[in-house]
Design a protein around this ligand. Structure first.
Ligand code: Z5A
Length: 234
């Protein structure tokens, strides 16, 4: 199954563009806002992407999301159980939604993916990073994003943006050092994987960030020539 999808993808890349794009960063960095902005840009050129979020995106995934974030029982959750629940949600999402969408030739955008696990459970929770990477590979297989935007903001900025939220989830109740490790780990990821991961200054105005992301997407997936072709065909 995985090999078949991979082959299809390589063959199809020459015929249709079918990128898999993920957004990452600490809570309140503005990911969800930028996912919506990118969708608007894409829809304007006739591309309707499939959009998912993690944890969640499937019936099982949404149930796991509730267990992880808001259920009454979750205060006793161990870091190991948390890791496996995030991976379980992703396993469901990859097989039920992402792989079929990519195979159909759809664009896929995901609000968080396996980098969140490397950063939150690996770096911030300090679980064995080698084990975390093995689980990520086991679950995602060759479903690796083509480009990952990491929105980088400091803690004060993120907090001020989330200040109005009345309901805080379990993941938002960590000590400050936890969030410092999250930010550092995302920056380190961007330094290590320059081909895939793009660090974006998320402290700027929403429009500026959206413009930069759209420019990068157009460049990476050769959309400018596609847009010109469509215009001249009108
Ligand atoms: N987690 C994990 O530990 N391991 C994993 O493997 C996975 C996840 C997949 C998911 O939480 C939690 O699970 C997350 C990581 C963990 N926890 N933490 N901490 P979630 O899905 O509920 O939420 P989130 O992913 O952390 O995102 P968020 O809190 O919803 O924020 P966001 O998507 O980054 O930001 P936003 O919703 O676009 O913006 C937040 C506010 O800021 C909003 O009012 C916007 O209007 C405003 N905003 C956005 N951009 C700007 C700019 N540029 N300027 C000013 N204001 C802005």
């Amino acid at each position: 199954m995985k090999m078949a999808r991979s082959t299809t993808r390589i063959l199809c890349r020459k015929i249709v563009i079918m990128p898999f794009i993920t957004f990452e960063g600490s809570e309140g960095c503005g990911k969800t806002t930028q996912v919506k902005r990118l969708v608007i840009h894409l829809e304007k050129i006739g591309v309707v992407p499939e959009v998912f979020r993690e944890p969640g995106g499937t019936l099982i995934g949404e149930a796991i999301r509730h267990l992880l974030q808001h259920s009454e029982e979750n205060h006793a959750m161990t870091p190991e159980a948390e890791l496996l629940l995030f991976e379980a949600s992703r396993s469901q999402l990859v097989r039920e939604k992402i792989e079929p969408a990519i195979t159909r030739g759809d664009w896929v955008i995901c609000d968080r993916f396996f980098d969140s696990t490397s950063v939150y459970q690996g770096a911030a929770r300090k679980l064995d990073p080698v084990l975390v990477e093995r689980l990520n590979t086991f679950v995602a297989g060759d479903c690796v994003p083509d480009v990952t935007f990491v929105l980088d903001v400091d803690r004060a900025t993120a907090r001020s943006r989330l200040g109005g939220r009345k309901i805080r989830d379990r993941m938002e109740e960590q000590p400050e050092g936890f969030y410092e490790r999250v930010r550092d780990a995302y920056r380190e990821l961007a330094r290590r994987d320059t081909g895939r991961v793009v660090l974006i200054d998320g402290a700027r105005h929403v429009d500026q960030i959206a413009t930069e992301i759209w420019r990068i997407v157009r460049q990476r997936f050769a959309l400018d020539s596609e847009i010109r072709t469509r215009r001249s065909a009108r």
